[in-house]
Ligand binder design. Structure first.
Ligand SMILES: *[C@@H]1O[C@H](CO)[C@@H](O)[C@H](O)[C@H]1NC(C)=O
Ligand SMILES: [Zn+2]
Length: 323
């Protein structure tokens, strides 16, 4: 965070955030204490679950292959292409909420039931070296997106958020590439309309599934928590093994968002929680081995590789034609 790094005093910590508390994007009814990313070690004073033993995020390593995980089924997600979303700057992140929520759901992929999508939001850094909440084998990414779902056996996310397996969050890591992510541009271009904390705008025709990486069968799974207060340990976590990508200018649109701090408005950056201990938990993966062509370098590299292959084939075809 820029500007004010000194520890927050009790005066500020009893300030009630108006719509600030988001539970990783979820609405709350009860008034919540103020919290921020420069005082993550103090979260547990107002929110005791934040010092639990099944917290998120974690560094994903030493995972075990679980053949039962299988692949996800995304039901009705094509409808998001003609749905309205509210995009909000809540002071902690930019969150796109599906409103209204028609008959969409995610199941399989080892999930304990059917889950309803609620919203998606982001965590990012002030520069390329930091940003994601989850790490993979010690590597942090510049951006992480969370697609938040709640279990269909609850009437809404508020009722589900503190229940075992109440939430399923799909985490997508992003790399910064030379190429603009065209399908994500609807969302990133709307960020200029929510520059200040509490700003809300509407976006139309947003394809949620296009925000997931192409290699969806390859993912990690573990049991964890909300990565923001109140840190409920209710989340079935999925982190996709393959990153998606966005351009540097799209990344800058996130970094240009502002939020209200102790000494006025500052850039909303570095809104990621530090790594938590894995403890006795196990991390599973849905695959034995990543396919050769899919390095963890991001979609932009695939594009480069594809072009190289296409170019090589053209040369071969041309050479062949000459005979
Ligand atoms: C969620 O559902 C409960 C139980 O039906 C209800 O009391 C509550 O008002 C609902 N909350 C929201 C935010 O819709
Ligand atoms: Zn999150």
């Amino acid at each position: 965070m820029t500007g004010h790094r000194r520890a927050m005093g009790p005066t500020l910590s009893i300030l009630v955030a108006i719509i600030g508390a988001t539970l990783c994007g979820a609405p709350t009814h009860a008034a919540k204490k103020h919290w921020g990313y420069h005082e993550t070690n103090l979260w547990s004073t107002g929110y005791p679950d934040c010092k639990g033993e099944n917290q998120s995020p974690i560094d994903i390593k030493g995972e075990e292959y679980n053949p039962k995980l299988g692949e996800f089924k995304f039901n009705g997600y094509f409808k998001t292409q003609t749905m309205e979303f509210h995009l909000t700057n809540n002071g902690h992140t930019a969150v796109a909420t599906l409103d209204p929520r028609p008959s969409l759901s995610t199941q399989a992929g080892g999930l304990p039931g059917v889950y309803i999508p609620h919203s998606l939001h982001f965590h990012w850094g002030g520069d390329r070296r930091t940003g994601s909440e989850h790490f993979i084998n010690g590597k942090q990414y510049p951006l992480e997106m969370h697609l938040v779902h709640y279990h269909s056996s609850y009437p809404n996310i508020s009722m589900a958020q503190n229940q075992p397996h109440g939430l399923a969050v799909l985490g997508v890591l992003f790399e910064v590439s030379e190429t603009k992510n065209k399908v994500a541009e609807v969302l990133f271009s709307a960020l200029s309309a929510i520059k200040n904390q509490h700003d809300v705008t509407t976006i139309k025709s947003f394809d949620v599934l296009s925000m997931l990486p192409a290699d969806r069968p390859y993912f990690y799974r573990y049991q964890g928590s909300l990565t923001t207060p109140p840190c409920y340990e209710s989340v079935v976590w999925t982190v996709f093994a393959s990153p998606n990508y966005i351009s540097a200018s799209q990344m800058d649109k996130l970094r240009a968002l502002m939020h209200e701090g102790e000494h006025g408005a500052t850039n909303l950056i570095n809104n990621y929680r530090p790594l938590q201990d894995i403890g006795t938990r196990k991390i599973y993966k849905s695959f034995k081995k990543l396919p050769e062509k899919m390095s963890l370098k991001g979609a932009a590299d695939h594009v480069t590789v594809m072009w190289a292959v296409a170019a090589a084939m053209t040369v071969i075809a041309f050479a062949g034609a000459k005979h």
